[in-house]
Design a protein around this ligand. Structure first.
Ligand code: F2R
Ligand code: MG
Ligand code: MG
Ligand code: MG
Length: 350
């Protein structure tokens, strides 16, 4: 059992890295059906042992995920001030990792205010509405793994770690939804295909609890809560026959953008859909299929593939990963070491 848990820690962090590195060259592109062939060849080429290309660089998604993992392994009790410092130091060391356009303001304010109130800079973003970007969700994997057997603390830390940069309810709850999806995948048997309907029903129950607290004073509760509505759409789309037209409709409804609301749900959809073969995604490897499929969604490809990768890696573990493909991703060995430390540190806590 402990071997399987370790493997899932590595699988999830590597899935996050690989989705980011392999998806980044396509970020912001509108992927058309012809591009599916290009993406298919891109993966085929990199799985060939003789292929030697320059490695694929990771972006802000991985830079921030590493900080979240370091935060969990360094301090005995999670210290959010320390996490804020890790984010800021990482950003100032390597600012050109493709960060969100507004989040740099948060880093500047954190630094100049000497971390007196770590949630304040984020709460001031966008005229006090806060960011609803997917920056909280893209880096959340270490929290799901670390707290896989402590749901309450997982949700609390997913929320608070996100609030350092994201003040908007949709940015925060999107990160919690992604954390819940990784955790559920982690808890499932890797030798069994995931039952999509059950997976969605569990998520729906859990995220409903989270979302309803934001809407308690709403008189009219006839409308579905935002992420609950998205999960119902995921269920609907999973049961349709998959065609290029349907994929367009999925992108239109679930989104493929830079906001959490327009990216976390489609990442979860990709994970569930890739449990079974998908037309024109030619591979028998479910891990690769998930990431490759996520990239064909276009838009915020690095982040959607990173999030889908973190989920599938938590389910299948590192054995599912093609090592030749992995070796094209920048500093993959650092991520393996970090996953190992995260696992060991967790063993000391429980
Ligand atoms: N920054 C990017 N991609 C930019 C495109 C790069 C590409 N390579 C290219 O050449 O075109 N990717 C990275 O950013 C995302 C994570 O962003 P995060 O951390 O959430 O940052 P931020 O700045 O807080 O939010 C992102 C943008 O979302 C819009 N937005 C957010 N809240 C808003 C609000 N309340 N009102 C209006 N707009 C809001 C803004 O445009 C923000 O700049 C990941 O994709 C990562 O890969
Ligand atoms: Mg990025
Ligand atoms: Mg921001
Ligand atoms: Mg992105």
């Amino acid at each position: 059992v402990s071997n399987q848990i370790q493997s899932k820690f590595r699988g999830s962090l590597l899935g996050s890295l690989m989705g980011d590195c392999l998806g980044a060259p396509f970020e912001g592109e509108l992927v058309s059906s012809g591009d599916k062939i290009i993406i298919q060849r891109y993966f085929d080429k990199m799985e060939k042992p003789e292929y030697e290309g320059p490695f694929k660089k990771y972006t802000d998604d991985t830079a921030m995920m590493k900080s979240v993992a370091k935060f969990l392994v360094t301090t005995p009790e999670p210290d959010l001030n320390y996490l804020a410092k890790l984010f800021v130091n990482e950003y100032y060391n390597e600012p050109k990792r493709g960060y969100g356009q507004s989040v740099a303001t948060v880093f500047e304010k954190l630094k100049h205010s000497k971390y007196t109130d770590i949630f304040r800079p984020a709460s001031e973003q966008f005229d006090g509405r806060g960011s609803y970007g997917n920056g909280g969700a893209m880096r959340i994997a270490p929290i799901s793994l670390y707290f896989h057997n402590d749901l309450e603390n997982m949700i609390k830390l997913a929320r608070d770690s996100t609030r350092i940069t994201h003040g908007h309810m949709l940015g925060i709850n999107g990160a919690i939804l992604q954390a819940l999806a990784i955790r559920q995948a982690f808890l499932l048997d890797p030798t069994e295909t995931v039952k999509a309907d059950e997976f969605c029903n569990t998520l729906l129950k859990q995220i409903h609890e989270v979302e309803k607290s934001y809407f308690e004073d709403l008189e009219d509760n006839s409308e579905d809560l935002p992420y609950c509505a998205k999960i119902k759409q995921i269920k609907y789309f999973l049961n349709q026959e998959f065609t290029d037209d349907l994929q367009e409709e999925i992108i239109e409804n679930l989104g493929h953008g830079i906001s959490a609301y327009d990216s976390v749900p489609i990442a979860i959809f990709c994970f569930l859909k890739a449990q079974n073969p998908i037309p024109r995604i030619e591979t028998n490897n479910v891990f690769r299929r998930t990431i490759q499929f996520a990239i064909t969604m276009g838009g915020d490809t690095d982040t959607i593939a990173c999030m889908a990768g973190a989920i599938v890696g938590a389910h299948l573990g590192e054995e599912a990963i093609n090592k030749t493909l992995l070796k094209h991703c920048e500093k993959y060995d650092d991520i393996i070491a970090l996953a190992h430390k995260l696992y060991e540190n967790r063993q000391l806590q429980i």
